[in-house]
Design a protein around this ligand. Structure first.
Ligand code: B12
Ligand code: SF4
Ligand code: SF4
Length: 391
């Protein structure tokens, strides 16, 4: 009798740093494709146009590759050393989400999936494929089917052994391998993640509207944000962990074992004043090999300026003013907003001359006064900024 291929694959996966390795059928039907279609039809993907163009291929693993029989689903733990959410209290520091404090997980995982796929192909003598770049597989429902955990009310996959801090990776093979048992949902009556979301991004439990999610806004969305989200973002400058961090299952989480995923000191609570001074070369140096580098300096500084506008830190007025002359309109516009929050008087004093000299319409918008001044500064409330993104 041939040896169970799962033993070999699990061993190799563990050697490559994957803490979990389980198996699921890649050919059985599922409802995840319909839910993905519903998500995209409702526009919840926002500006992530690739989700529309890859919709059919992503609907099921066999739409990606009709020979797929088994999915090997891998999890890599990126657990933080301590609960990260209390860090949000320091309003003069930027909050970078836990997943982005070490090396780029795409790079860490992609290389290892390819190595494992090569080892499997050699051993099994069957086709093996890794889809990491063009149209990513729906990893969370596959992981639930393989029993790594379940999709919680926040839509992420969590597990009874690792809590919420697991990166996922999938390999498909034409080999028929006996599947593991699927996991069932263990959220019960808990709503901690839904209650914790600062932007109310969950239209219903188990569903997300990415357009309202700070992870989407800080990373994927290039334009100026509606004011409501700028204020809700607080100090979050890259991604967000509130729904994950609030989950009671994290009491079973452990720190990341993979050294490349450990938080770099410079990315734990960086001072906003230091970040505002980053030009393009300094940004690239600070974020070498980090996922943050992918969003580019201008989008990142926009995020830092929104956080600065929420900081109440008068020492940051001067560095914000310096950015009013930045070549990038998205940075200039965010600087105007941050100034309006830190010093409404200074904003009003500069307004007339700056408005006359400004050529970019989106930046002009930031200088225009609104009658509905309120708690959030001269441009808070349901003003024009809120109309820029359909939410
Ligand atoms: C697009 C994307 C995003 C988008 C959309 C988020 C989302 N929840 O889908 C944005 C930019 C917002 C995002 C944010 C984050 N992401 Co992301 N993201 C992805 C990506 C590339 C595709 C996910 C996708 O297809 N979403 C579309 C929706 C429809 O898919 P779904 O959530 O699986 O849908 C299920 C449920 O929502 C539900 N459902 C949907 N509609 C309906 C309707 C009804 C009626 C019902 C009952 C159910 C239901 O059923 C669906 C099928 O199971 C995956 C990688 C991948 N290849 O899968 C990573 C991935 C999901 N992201 C990941 C991470 C780490 C994050 C962040 C934590 C990063 C951060 N700290 O900022 C946040 C978490 C925010 C959150 N609460 O989800 C990890 C999650 C790992 C895990 N353990 O789950 C993944 C798997 C990447 C990876 N390889 O590790 N992400
Ligand atoms: S990542 Fe943050 S903004 Fe996005 S859904 Fe979770 S708590 Fe809400
Ligand atoms: S916080 Fe509660 S509802 Fe949300 S995923 Fe965790 S157990 Fe489920």
């Amino acid at each position: 009798m041939a040896a169970d291929p799962r033993i070999f694959i699990r061993q190799r996966a563990a050697e490559l740093g994957f803490g979990v390795c389980r198996f699921a059928s890649a050919s059985e039907p599922w409802s995840a494709g319909e839910k993905l279609a519903h998500f995209v039809e409702a526009g919840r993907h926002g500006d992530m146009g690739w989700m529309e163009t890859t919709l059919e291929r992503r609907a099921h693993p066999t739409a990606m590759w009709d020979g797929a029989k088994t999915a090997i689903v891998l999890g890599m733990n990126y657990g933080p050393e301590a609960d990260p959410l209390p860090e949000l209290e320091d309003r003069s520091a930027g909050y970078i989400s836990v997943y982005a404090r070490g090396d780029d997980y795409h790079e860490v995982i992609k290389g290892r999936l390819k190595i494992l796929a090569g080892q499997m192909a050699a051993r099994l003598g069957q086709d093996v494929k890794v889809f990491v770049d063009t149209a990513p597989l729906m990893e969370k429902p596959l992981a639930q089917r393989a029993g790594l955990g379940w999709q919680g009310k926040h839509t992420n996959l969590l597990s009874r052994t690792h809590g919420n801090w697991l990166f996922l990776g999938v390999i498909l093979t034409a080999a028929e391998i006996e599947p593991d048992e699927a996991e069932t949902e263990h959220c019960g009556r808990c709503t901690a993640c839904l209650d914790a979301c600062p932007t109310k991004a969950f239209p219903a439990p188990f569903q997300i509207d990415a357009r309202r999610c700070l992870s989407y806004l800080t990373i994927e969305f290039a334009d100026p944000w509606p004011v409501e989200f700028r204020i809700a973002a607080g100090p979050r400058i890259y991604g967000c962990d509130d729904c994950l961090g609030a989950c009671p299952w994290n009491k079973f989480a452990q720190g990341a074992s993979e050294a490349r995923l450990h938080a770099r000191d410079a990315l734990k609570g960086p001072r906003l004043g230091d970040l505002l001074a980053l030009d393009d070369p300094a940004f690239r140096t600070l974020f070498t090999k980090s996922p943050v580098k992918r969003i580019g300096r201008d989008r990142f500084i926009r995020n830092v300026l929104y956080a600065t506008g929420n900081s109440d830190d008068a020492a940051l007025i001067a560095p914000v003013e310096a950015l009013l002359d930045d070549p990038a309109p998205v940075v200039r516009g965010a600087a105007v907003w941050a100034l309006s929050r830190l010093s409404p008087e200074r904003w009003a004093a500069l307004r007339e001359a700056r408005l006359a000299a400004e050529e970019d319409e989106s930046v002009k918008d930031e200088w225009r006064p609104f009658p509905l001044a309120g708690e959030g500064g001269p441009r808070s409330g349901s003003d024009e900024g809120s109309r820029r993104l359909q939410t």
